[in-house]
Write a protein that binds this ligand. Structure first.
Ligand SMILES: [Cu+2]
Length: 325
């Protein structure tokens, strides 16, 4: 069988049409409690914000996001008639030239591309590393998400608490989708060398470290998880609100794909490999994640034990990544 990794133009449009459909469907998360939630699309955003402090830089990062993107795909299919599957963003293919990528070329078959040029966009500094600014910095200027509104955030890049969701929490703050294609970041932090390094790891702690420089390094060096988040603009950079950029789901699909491949490469040792706690940055007092740790999804799904999501082919999951044999 020949696997075709790349979606046809009409398949890309049916995907983005389904995303636009979720943006028009009514929310199930109550606006009274979560004022920024204005659509079914926003249900996923608010859920991500709500659990961010448990599900990033922690032992829950991979298991939680596996379930989260599966719930997203299910909503596209069941609520918006989408017939395809969740695509993934294979970072290294376009790491040197994001604007040439079918994902971000700004055409009608893309996920929208660069933003309008914003002279105010700054370089970003973390530790000793400076990331040069991207080429846009304003509203996505073409493609299917040119007119979309994001409703929540922005959140500060500085984390002030590991237990309290910071302001602006779930406030309603409508803005455009910000985009700034950044080949400086993509070429350094999402390239094939980093992916090979990631896939060559044998221990979960090393896999996490290569994916995320986890815990984050003081010199600000990013793994490909952060690299993808920092290469297309400020909406996608937002630790809490990043699912407001439709590219979020393709980025996390790629992460889930690489995790699944890594698990498959040594099933006996890696299928149930876990490391870390259920609190961001793994503070010393936090409980270690085990196969029985329960993960919460708020209004999207019942709580799920970690062991239910350790295989893409069990417990209600039944998926593989095309192109991977
Ligand atoms: Cu996330």
């Amino acid at each position: 069988m020949i696997f075709r990794g790349e979606l046809l133009p009409r398949e890309r449009i049916s995907y983005t049409n389904a995303v636009l459909c979720l943006q028009k469907l009514p929310n199930q998360v109550p606006t009274a409690e979560y004022p920024g939630v204005r659509s079914r699309f926003d249900d996923f955003v608010a859920t991500h914000i709500n659990y961010t402090l448990h599900t990033h830089y922690s032992g829950l990062f991979l298991p939680w996001h596996r379930r989260f993107i599966w719930l997203w795909e299910r909503a596209l299919r069941e609520e918006c008639g989408y017939q395809g599957y969740l695509p993934y963003w294979d970072w290294p293919l376009w790491a040197d030239n994001l604007a040439a990528s079918p994902l971000f070329d700004g055409s009608e078959t893309s996920l929208s591309g660069d933003g309008e040029y914003n002279p105010g966009e700054q370089n970003m500094t973390g530790g000793n590393v400076t990331l040069l600014r991207g080429s846009g910095g304003g509203c996505a200027k073409s493609g299917p998400f040119k007119n979309m509104k994001v409703h929540m955030g922005p959140f500060s890049r500085t984390l002030t608490s590991t237990t309290e969701i910071p302001a602006p929490r779930f406030d309603y703050n409508p803005r455009c989708l910000n985009r700034s294609l950044n080949d400086f970041v993509a070429s350094r932090y999402t390239n094939s060398t980093l992916v090979s390094t990631l896939m060559a790891t044998t221990k979960m702690a090393d896999f996490q470290m290569a994916l995320d420089h986890w815990p984050p390094r003081e010199d600000g060096v990013l793994g490909p998880h952060g690299g993808g988040h920092f290469s297309i603009g400020s909406t996608m950079q937002d630790l809490f609100g990043s699912p407001q950029d439709p590219a979020f789901y393709l980025h996390h699909s790629q992460i889930d794909r690489l995790w699944a491949k890594w698990q498959d490469a040594d099933d006996a040792n890696r299928r149930n490999a876990l490391n870390g706690t259920s609190t961001i940055m793994n503070p010393p007092a936090a409980d270690p994640v085990t196969l029985d740790t329960m993960m919460e999804f708020g209004y999207l799904d019942a709580p799920r034990p970690v062991h239910e999501v350790m295989s893409p082919l069990a417990n209600g999951f039944f998926y593989i990544y095309a192109g991977d044999t």
